[in-house]
Ligand binder design. Structure first.
Ligand code: ZN
Ligand code: ZN
Length: 164
């Protein structure tokens, strides 16, 4: 497998994915619109354990979400490009990586559109790609191998937490 690498706009922070993303979705929620300054965010879900920072250190900003919770946004300390989002903690089981920061974003088109209830009206979606009014049922939507990887990552995290 060719390494899946990405970086921020200035190049201070660079990273690599050790496995392909679990799933890619385009999020049209109002928070993603504000965070990106555009119509939607293109997020690739990846296990935190499979994301290696090759260079630099991301800085974390705590931001509000549409669900009322807060999440951590990992940004370059120099150019402030947002590289990934971490929900719940700075190092959760999976992170939401910004596909546009990858070296080859064209390789990762969205497998679903979510929060289309706040989609900008001029944006026309490909009818073949599933669209959800808000969030979606991961168990009923992700491919089986991604669900298996997700379950494995959750089990590994629980085992780590249980260790004295
Ligand atoms: Zn940067
Ligand atoms: Zn969103």
């Amino acid at each position: 497998m060719k390494p899946i690498r990405g970086q921020c706009a200035c190049g201070e922070v660079a990273y690599q994915l050790e496995r392909p993303p679990l799933y890619v979705h385009a999020c049209h929620c109002t928070r993603c619109q504000r965070e990106t300054g555009t119509a939607f965010a293109l997020n690739a879900m990846i296990e935190t354990s499979q994301l290696t920072v090759l260079r630099g250190h991301a800085q974390f900003a705590k931001l509000p979400t549409d669900s009322g919770n807060r999440h951590w946004a990992a940004c370059c300390p120099r150019c402030h490009t947002l590289l990934w989002n971490a929900h719940g903690s700075r190092s959760p089981v999976i992170v939401y990586l910004r596909v546009g920061t990858l070296e080859a974003p064209q390789a990762w088109p969205p497998q679903a559109h979510i929060f289309v209830r706040s989609k900008l009206p001029w944006m026309v979606l490909e009818p073949a790609v599933p669209a959800f009014a808000a969030y979606y049922d991961v168990a009923g939507t992700w491919p089986a191998d991604s669900l298996a990887r997700y379950a494995e990552a959750k089990a590994a995290r629980a085992a780590k937490a249980a260790r004295p």
